[in-house]
Design a binder for this molecule. Structure first.
Ligand code: ATP
Length: 331
């Protein structure tokens, strides 16, 4: 539990009153733009930074002042910090050695983790003789060998190429499911966060903007920041002109739109932002008898595999994005 946690570096507020509960066994991703305070949040949980204010509790116990080695919260980060002068097995044994575990038990536990990570045959290799993905697995084995309750991961895949990255994503997700260990995973990569996590926390300016399932965050962004940050949303701003039958009419410079009344209900004259997901827009070469119609000129198409993004100029250079499957466009 992070309870009103603040972290200041001099005058600069890096984390600004974060409240966060991470449940046992869950996979939480923390996402946000560069400099929003993700890493600082994780480092405070790991004990590498001490909060300026607020409290961090693990199983109900305050851990603010505990040193990293006094708490069970190892951190795996992109540089991995593997020891180049130790072989794979000795790297994995390291945390156990620091805890005074005897040589034979260390050896057994390390080999057990290497086997789980498919690394048995690499046990006596040097770190320099491993590929990026193999090193990543060694780093995870090294963090898990002490059987922590929570594993912290800070952009652990960002140094890997796209192909390996996707493979490691599914390996890590499966491992988390098998072990039932709590994972807190920092990334600025949305597809990674959405693919792996059961809940996502979106941060900006040191504050959490929204926490929810990937679906909730994607389909029901809590505010303007989340709407812009997540997915390919279009935002239209307008003024409420009427409320009737559970629907609200919003006049925008691009036309009039009738949409379900949000909670809490606005009043006439209020300004509203309409968030329109790019994949929930129907397109046609004639308006027909529909509600909520926008007219524009197709200016470009972007092909990214099965999905195509259409960029449509809806007037005054405002670009509206529509995403369609290739077969939908063909039809
Ligand atoms: P990125 O995605 O770029 O890693 P982040 O969200 O992880 O960003 P943090 O590393 O948590 O961001 O940094 C948050 C803010 O705190 C940044 O403005 C950063 O410059 C500042 N900051 C981080 N560590 C320190 C430090 N040791 N001293 C001073 N300022 C710091």
């Amino acid at each position: 539990v992070l309870d009103q946690v603040v972290k200041r570096f001099g005058e600069h507020v890096a984390v600004d009153g974060v409240d966060l509960q991470i449940s046992q066994g869950e996979f939480l991703a923390i996402m946000g733009p560069s400099g929003c305070g993700k890493t600082t949040t994780l480092r405070m949980i790991a004990g590498l930074e001490e909060p300026s204010e607020g409290e961090i509790r693990l199983n109900g116990k305050r851990i603010n002042e505990l040193k990293p080695w006094q708490r069970d919260t190892p951190l795996v980060w992109q540089n991995l910090a593997l020891f180049p002068h130790l072989n794979v097995r000795r790297n994995v044994e390291f945390g156990l050695k620091m805890r005074g575990v005897g040589a034979r038990e260390r050896h057994e536990r390390a080999m057990n983790w290497l086997e789980r990570m498919g690394l048995t045959e690499y046990a006596s290799r040097n770190i320099a003789q491993l590929s990026g993905g193999e090193r990543q697995r060694v780093a995870i084995a090294r963090a898990l060998v002490t059987e922590p309750e929570i594993l912290l991961l800070d952009e652990p895949l960002s140094a890997l190429d796209a192909h390996l990255r996707v493979r490691m994503q599914s390996e890590i997700t499966q491992l988390q499911k098998q072990l039932g260990i709590t994972f807190a995973y920092v990334t600025h990569n949305q597809s990674e966060a959405f693919a792996m996590a059961s809940r996502v926390a979106i941060m900006n300016d040191g504050q959490i903007q929204q926490i929810g399932s990937p679906r909730e965050v994607y389909r029901a962004p809590a505010n303007h920041f989340v709407a812009e940050f997540v997915g390919s949303n279009n935002i239209l701003i307008g003024t409420v002109s009427a409320l009737a039958d559970g629907r609200v009419t919003v006049e925008t410079p691009r036309g009039s739109f009738r949409v379900p009344t949000p909670e809490p209900a606005p009043a006439r004259g209020d300004t509203l932002e309409l968030v329109v997901s790019a994949d929930l827009v129907a397109i046609s070469d004639s308006a027909g008898e529909h509600e909520n119609v926008l007219t524009g000129e197709l200016i470009s198409e972007e092909f990214i595999g099965s999905v195509i993004t259409l960029y449509i100029d809806i007037g005054d250079g405002t670009v509206f994005r529509v995403q369609k499957q290739q077969h939908e466009l063909d039809a």
